[in-house]
Design a protein around this ligand. Structure first.
Ligand SMILES: [Ca+2]
Ligand SMILES: [Ca+2]
Length: 128
């Protein structure tokens, strides 16, 4: 556990697949409910297993889910966007303002935005 995770998540996709297999055996992702998927997604990014997502964990989660969408951005732009999105997530969804996203708060954010891409679309519109 260290603070350089942001620069180290190029292998995130493999990592997630591996982790999912670790949790589920050979998962059939199609058979999981949306709630189950969200729970696993939350758990996978809770690196220190304290059932709270901190800023770094949220950034990594966003980066994973937006990987394809962000392909056209430079690393610098991408990090800037990810940080903006994380700020927005914490501002709007950190209901008890402790600086972390609990599972309840995370679910709340999922229901609100439908997907992180909604935030991305909004950000790029604001940019133009
Ligand atoms: Ca955590
Ligand atoms: Ca919170």
């Amino acid at each position: 556990m260290n603070s350089t995770q942001i620069g180290k998540c190029n292998c995130a996709e493999n990592h997630i697949e591996k982790e999912l297999k670790h949790y589920l055996g050979e998962p059939n992702i199609d058979e999981l409910s949306v709630e189950e998927l969200q729970f696993y997604y939350f758990t996978l990014h809770d690196f220190d297993k304290n059932t709270l997502l901190d800023g770094l964990e949220i950034i990594t989660a966003l980066e994973d889910s937006l990987e394809e969408t962000l392909e056209s951005f430079s690393t610098e732009e991408m990090m800037k966007l990810l940080i903006e999105m994380t700020d927005e997530v914490l501002e709007k969804d950190d209901i008890d303002k402790d600086g972390y996203l609990s599972y309840y708060e995370y679910m709340h954010s999922q229901n609100r935005t439908a997907s992180p891409t909604t935030i991305l679309e909004k950000s790029s519109k604001e940019k133009v």
